[in-house]
Design a protein around this ligand. Structure first.
Ligand SMILES: C[S@@+](CC[C@H](N)C(=O)[O-])C[C@H]1O[C@@H](n2cnc3c(N)ncnc32)[C@H](O)[C@@H]1O
Length: 307
């Protein structure tokens, strides 16, 4: 049944409901887990299995002791910030951890008092719903295309692309050797080697790969993971972006950034952005995925086309 037929059926059904019960029915549609379960399919189940496997292999904050720069950047933020990886923990799981006292959504303003303020959460990965949105609503059909995830970390984008898209080649590039090993363990165990490959490398050494890519995903790659000293960081980020702009040039290829290019480049000299490099394409953010989806997180996803 297509959308139009389904809408007619729903209207017909609603016209048969007792008027006094109608508002209860709408409330049930809005809040019930039973309907969200209908939105889940085998593809999401596979991703949830992978997520559980990674949760068991990583500490609660899913960060490595070697990620001192990212820890440092988080401490430099104006409000206390903790890392909760959205691919590993959804809202219900965070709630459960809070109930068990393992986790907290707030911090004490005056130690020992009840005066608390909410903690800022950041995630270094896409959630499962964001991945579904990215591949089903943002990007077009990727049949026969090469997708590159810059800074593939836990591999969330690669697993998401494997289940939600028809891209023929999915390549992750990741600086951290430990994360590369973790991704390779998952790829082997879940038999995803037919389309996924992970390179242990700095993206700035991958000119040929960028020149061949049809889709480039850049989720907060340089924001937290480069040199904490501001001046040195600016130079490194500037060089990295310039390298990407010089090599990711195939006309019509697609770039996805989180946050927007403008925001990503706001901390460095803007002239790095060659005005004729890409154009922004519209994205329809008005989509219901499930109760867990944060609409503000979806709005951070920006799509560009190389011109
Ligand atoms: C925010 S995570 C992105 C995770 C993943 N792409 C996703 O969306 O779920 C950024 C990752 O980029 C990696 N990274 C940072 N600079 C890099 C570089 N120059 N080359 C390759 N990886 C890099 C970091 O180690 C980190 O794991």
């Amino acid at each position: 049944m297509n959308l139009c037929d389904a809408q007619s059926e729903v209207k017909l059904l609603l016209s048969k409901v007792k008027p006094s019960e109608l508002h209860k029915l709408f409330n049930w549609i809005r809040t019930s887990d039973e309907l969200d379960e209908l939105l889940s399919d085998n593809r999401k189940v596979i991703l949830r299995h992978i997520s559980a496997e990674l949760r068991a292999a990583l500490p609660l904050d899913a960060m490595l002791p070697s990620e001192s720069t990212a820890y440092c950047k988080m401490q430099q933020r104006s409000r206390p910030t903790v890392h909760v990886d959205s691919f590993l923990y959804n809202e219900d799981q965070v709630d459960s951890l809070c109930e068990e006292g393992i986790f907290s959504r707030s911090y004490c303003l005056t130690c020992g008092s009840y005066k608390t303020a909410p903690l800022d959460f950041i995630s270094h990965s896409f959630s499962i719903s964001e991945l579904q949105f990215l591949f089903e609503n943002v990007l077009p059909d990727l049949s026969g295309r090469l997708l590159v995830d810059v800074g593939s970390r836990l591999g969330a984008v690669l697993y998401g692309a494997h289940v939600f898209s028809s891209a023929s080649q999915l390549v992750g590039v990741e600086l951290s050797e430990e994360f590369v090993k973790l991704q390779n363990d998952i790829i082997r165990k879940y038999q995803l080697t037919d389309r996924i490959q992970v390179l242990h490398s700095d993206v700035c050494l991958q000119d040929a790969l960028l020149q061949n890519a049809d889709v480039l995903i850049m989720n907060n790659v340089f924001e937290f993971f480069m040199e904490p000293r501001e001046q040195v960081r600016c130079v490194c980020v500037f060089r990295a972006w310039r390298f990407i702009m010089e090599n990711f040039r195939k006309k019509g290829s697609l770039l996805v950034t989180i946050p927007s290019l403008q925001e990503s480049l706001s901390t460095i000299q803007q002239e790095v952005l060659q005005p004729s490099w890409v154009e922004e394409l519209p994205v329809d953010y008005d989509v219901y995925l499930d109760r867990d989806t944060d609409p503000d997180a979806l709005r951070q996803i920006h799509l560009y086309r190389v011109i």
